[in-house]
Each structure stands twice: as structure tokens, then as C-alpha cells.
Design a protein. Structure first.
Length: 203
């Protein structure tokens, strides 16, 4: 996959004023963005998150997942650190797309877990691709990450693309009665590093 840089602009948010950088996948036309704060090109290890799009969690306040909580926590952590980067990757529903995600949610309403639902629709449990991250980070002159994630597959995938992850930072937020089973399945079936109890409650 090859992505090209399109343009940058300022993006004021409740967490701080970020720079937003737009990228386009030349093969598919898929669009991705990176948000940066502070000087991220000084060669030091940069606090980072690669966040896959989740319309329901990120924009519609869904409590079925922890995505929106993670997005907010990551932006706040970057603001607190004074610099960092968030890659917002347009691969909804672990890569199956929004409408198939709604189909998967319907199956979950009938009793399937998040992995079973994807498989019943004929998909793998996780179809996400992180190859675009290499080009995006290279354009931003970022070479070392302190990556905010609980996902071992993401760590291994990024390392496989030659990205130097010097530290993994846990980002466990937003556990609630609506996503308890979802989070437990991510831990049990997808190997995510998640504790079974969190002291923090959804904001």
C-alpha cells in the first residue's frame, strides 16, 4: 500500500490545537488523517496511537465498544505529554465496513460474540491493515513510538513494517455493562492485554 500526503491544517479541539495531516491511498482512494501536537520530528520516541475508525463509538457515543473512550483518552494523553501523534485510519469495523458492522451487531444482539459475528458473516475476526502507517509516519519524520494499545496484533504488524515501538502504553478505559462481553472476548479470543476490572468509569 502506498499513501500520499495531501495537505495539512490546524485543528482546534477541547484537548488542544493539533495539526491535521491528510493522506490518500493511491490504489483505493481511501482517506486517512494524522493528528500531531508539538515537535514530533526531533528523533525522540513519540507518544502515539493508531486508531481505526469507529463511527458508532467515536462519533455516536456507543457503549458497545471502548473505541470512543480510547480515542478521547489518547488525545488527552498526547495533550498532557505536550506532543504526540494519532493516526486515524479509515477501516471501520475491524476492516469489514460500517454496514457489515451493523450486520455483525445484529448477530451480537442474537447472542454471538464479536469474533463469532464476523465469522458468521464470512469475515476473519480482524481484517485491518496497518501498512499505511509506515508512509504516514515517514512523512511526519517519526521513527520511534510509545504506542498506546492493548492489541498485540497491532504491535506485531507495525513492527513488521519496520516501525520502532520502544514502549507499549496500556489504554484501558470505558469498560461498562454494555461492552463487558466484548472486552472479555477481545482478551480471550484476540489476545488483547486487558484486565478484567477497571476502576475508571465511562466519562
Amino acid at each position: 500500500m502506498s499513501v500520499k500526503f495531501i495537505q495539512s491544517c490546524r485543528l482546534p479541539t477541547p484537548f488542544g490545537i493539533f495539526d491535521m495531516h491528510g493522506f490518500e491511498d493511491e490504489a483505493t482512494g481511501q482517506e486517512h488523517v494524522a493528528l500531531t501536537l508539538g515537535d514530533v520530528s526531533d528523533g525522540s520516541a513519540i507518544l502515539a496511537r493508531t486508531h481505526s475508525e469507529c463511527l458508532t463509538g467515536d462519533a455516536l457515543y456507543s457503549m458497545r465498544c471502548d473505541c470512543g473512550y480510547q480515542l478521547e483518552s489518547a488525545l488527552q494523553s498526547i495533550a498532557d505529554a505536550g506532543k504526540g501523534v494519532l493516526l486515524y485510519l479509515r477501516q471501520e469495523g475491524r476492516g469489514i465496513g460500517l454496514l457489515n458492522k451493523i450486520r455483525a451487531y445484529h448477530l451480537q444482539d442474537q447472542g454471538a460474540d464479536t469474533v463469532q459475528a464476523n465469522e458468521q458473516l464470512g469475515f476473519a475476526a480482524d481484517l485491518r491493515d496497518y501498512s499505511m502507517a509506515k508512509d504516514m509516519l515517514q512523512h511526519l519524520n517519526i521513527s520511534k513510538l510509545k504506542l498506546m494499545t492493548n492489541n498485540p496484533r497491532k504491535v506485531n504488524a507495525l513492527k513488521g513494517y519496520g516501525i520502532d515501538i520502544v514502549e507499549r502504553v496500556s489504554i484501558q478505559v470505558g469498560r461498562n455493562p454494555h461492552n463487558q462481553g466484548y472486552l472479555d472476548t477481545k482478551a480471550d479470543k484476540l489476545g488483547h492485554w486487558l484486565s478484567t476490572h477497571q476502576d475508571d468509569e465511562p466519562a
